[in-house]
Design a protein around this ligand. Structure first.
Ligand code: AHR
Length: 510
C-alpha cells in the first residue's frame, strides 16, 4: 500500500536561477470578445471615457501581468496596422479572416498602448509576417519607437502621441508553421523572412528584443525540426524563441475523446519535456553556429483550452468564440504550468497566458459584471508572490501510474526565495483525486522565522466551476498556517488541491 507521505528539502542558496518577472505575462488578441467587450467596451455602463472598464482593469491588475502580447495570434497574420490609427470614424471595417469576424479597428496601436500603460504592463508587439512585408514591420517599429522627424514618427505625433512609445519586445510573426496560418511557410522560408525582418527592424531601432516563432505545439508533424531549422538560421538574429501549447482533458492534440484526469493532472511532465526539447534545440544551434549569442524561451501562448475550441465568428463583431469555463482540475494544471516556469527559470524568461479576457481566459465579462474563473486564482497567487530566485528543491513523493506519462509523483512543487525581502513562497499541487498527502518541509540552511500567509484551492469535484450565479464556488481561500518546529514543518494537502504558502525569513544582515 502506498504511504501518502512526501518531503521537500529547501536550501535558500540552492537556486535554479533568478525568476524573470516577465514569465507573468498575458496575451490580448483581436479574437472573439477579448478586445471588444473585453478590455475595450465603450457600450458598457461601467466604461470610462476611453472605453476601459474599472472592474476588468482591477481584475487584470490583481493578476499583475508584467508583459502583454498584442494584437495576435492568428489575427496578426492578416492585420494591417495602419488600419488602427488616425480618427476612429475614418478607420476601415474589414473581414478578419483568421477568426471569420468583422474588425472595426476602433481599438488599435494607440488604444493598446493606453491600455498597457494603465495596466502597468510592458507591451510586446507581434508583427505580421503572413500578408505583411518586412517593410511593414520596420514601418511599425518606426511608428512606435522613433523620435519625430521621420514620416511614420511624425504620423504618430499627428495622431496624438509625440513621444516615442519605446516598445522593446517584438514577435516575428505568429505560428507560421501552421497550415491554418495566413501566409503559412515552411521552416526555411520563415527563417529567411524572419532574419530579413529582424535586420530592418533592428536597423530602425537597435534597442529592440526579437522573438522568433517556434512550433505551434508538440503534435505538429514538423516539431521539433521546425525549431531546429529556424534556430540554426535565425539564432544569431533573435533574443527569444517562442513556444506555444494548450493543455486539455482530453487534449485537443490527441486522438482520444476520453477524459483521463490522472493523466491530465500530470501535465507538467509534458510541459517540462517540451521546454527541455526546445532549450536543447537552442543549445544545439548555438554550438553548430559557433555562436556566443544566448537565446531564451518565450512561452508566449500557454493555457488550458479544450472545451470550447470554436473559432468561427460568423463575420460578427465581437463574436462569442472559445469562451472556456474553467474547472478545478484546470486550475491545478495552470498551477503546475506556473511551477514549471519556476523550475525552468534558467531558460524560460517570458511567458504569456493566452488570453486575458473572454477568449480562452480566466475572466469572462457581461456588460454589467465580470466572472473570475478557477484559473484566476493560481495566476494571481504566483504572479504576486513568486519573486527573487527559483529554488532547486529536493522532492520525495509517492507515485501513481498514469496512462499518458507512466509513473508520476503525486506532488508537484516549486518554490521561490527573495533574499532582498526575506520572503519565501512554496507552490504545491496534490495530484491525487482521492488521497491526501502529508508533506514535511525541511529547510537545510536558515529556517524561516515563520509562515506569513497561505491559500488553498481544493474540492471533491474536479469538474466544479464558477458561474455568474455562483461566482465563488471554487476559489483560493486562506488556510491556517502550519506550525514551524525548528527547521521543519508538516502540512496535509487534501486530494485535488493547490496550496500556496509564504514564509518570512530574517532580513539580510539582521
Ligand atoms: O490564442 C488563440 C490562438 O491559438 C492564437 O491566435 C493562435 O496563435 C493559437 O493557435
Amino acid at each position: 500500500m502506498t504511504e501518502h507521505k512526501a518531503s521537500i528539502s529547501l536550501h535558500t542558496g540552492r537556486t535554479v536561477a533568478e525568476i524573470s518577472p516577465l514569465i507573468f505575462g498575458g496575451f490580448a488578441e483581436h479574437m472573439g470578445r477579448c478586445i471588444y467587450e473585453g478590455i475595450y467596451d465603450p457600450a458598457s455602463p461601467l466604461a470610462d471615457e476611453r472605453g476601459f472598464r474599472p472592474d476588468v482593469m482591477s481584475a487584470l491588475k490583481e493578476i499583475k501581468y508584467r508583459i502583454m502580447r498584442y494584437p495576435g495570434g492568428n489575427f496578426v497574420s492578416g492585420y494591417r496596422w495602419t488600419d488602427g490609427i488616425g480618427p476612429k470614424e475614418g478607420r476601415p471595417r474589414r473581414r478578419a479572416l483568421a477568426w471569420r469576424s468583422t474588425e472595426t479597428n476602433q481599438f488599435g496601436p494607440h488604444e493598446f498602448m493606453d491600455f498597457a500603460q494603465e495596466l502597468g504592463t510592458e507591451p510586446m508587439w507581434a508583427v505580421n509576417l503572413g500578408t505583411g512585408s518586412i517593410q511593414d514591420a520596420a514601418d511599425l517599429v518606426e511608428y512606435m519607437n522613433l523620435p519625430t522627424g521621420t514620416y511614420f514618427s511624425d504620423l504618430r505625433a499627428k495622431n496624438g502621441h509625440a513621444d516615442p512609445y519605446g516598445v522593446k519586445y517584438w514577435c516575428l510573426g505568429n505560428e507560421m508553421d501552421g497550415p491554418w496560418q495566413i501566409g503559412h511557410m515552411d521552416a526555411h522560408s520563415y527563417a529567411d523572412k524572419a532574419v530579413e525582418a529582424a535586420k530592418l527592424m533592428r536597423w530602425t531601432d537597435p534597442d529592440i528584443k526579437l522573438i522568433a516563432c517556434g512550433s505551434s505545439n508538440t503534435a505538429m508533424p514538423t516539431f521539433p525540426d521546425w525549431d531546429r531549422i529556424v534556430l540554426e538560421r535565425a539564432g544569431d538574429h533573435i533574443d527569444y524563441f517562442s513556444m506555444h501549447y494548450y493543455a486539455g482533458n482530453p487534449s485537443m492534440y490527441r486522438a482520444s475523446d476520453d477524459p483521463d484526469t490522472d493523466s491530465y493532472l500530470a501535465s507538467s511532465v509534458q510541459f517540462e519535456e517540451h521546454a527541455d526539447v526546445i532549450a536543447a534545440a537552442i543549445r544545439l544551434a548555438k554550438a553548430k553556429n559557433r555562436s556566443k549569442k544566448d537565446v531564451f524561451l518565450c512561452w508566449d501562448e500557454w493555457n488550458v483550452w479544450y472545451k470550447d475550441t470554436s473559432g468561427d465568428g460568423a463575420w460578427l463583431e465581437a463574436p462569442h468564440v472559445s469562451e472556456e469555463v474553467y474547472n478545478l482540475e484546470d486550475a491545478l494544471v495552470v498551477a503546475q504550468w506556473l511551477s514549471t516556469f519556476l523550475r525552468k527559470a534558467d531558460v524560460i524568461k517570458i511567458a504569456c497566458l493566452a488570453q486575458i479576457v473572454n477568449a480562452v481566459s480566466p475572466i469572462t465579462t457581461r456588460s454589467d459584471a465580470i466572472l473570475r474563473h478557477t484559473t484566476f486564482y493560481p495566476l494571481a497567487l504566483f504572479s504576486n508572490h513568486a519573486s527573487g530566485h527559483s529554488l532547486d528543491l529536493l522532492v520525495k513523493a509517492p507515485t501513481h501510474e498514469t496512462q499518458l506519462y507512466g509513473e508520476v509523483p503525486l506532488l508537484d512543487a516549486s518554490a521561490s526565495f527573495d533574499a532582498a525581502s526575506g520572503q519565501g513562497a512554496l507552490f504545491l499541487v496534490n495530484r491525487s483525486q482521492t488521497e491526501s498527502l502529508d508533506v514535511t518541509l525541511n529547510w537545510e540552511d536558515a529556517a524561516p522565522q515563520g509562515f506569513s500567509q497561505g491559500w488553498q484551492m481544493s474540492g471533491h469535484d474536479a469538474q466544479a466551476v464558477n458561474s455568474f450565479e455562483a461566482p465563488d464556488a471554487v476559489t483560493a481561500h486562506e488556510i491556517a498556517l502550519p506550525a514551524l518546529d525548528g527547521h521543519r514543518a508538516t502540512l496535509t494537502l487534501p486530494p485535488l488541491s493547490f496550496t500556496a504558502l509564504l514564509t518570512r525569513h530574517a532580513p539580510p544582515h539582521s
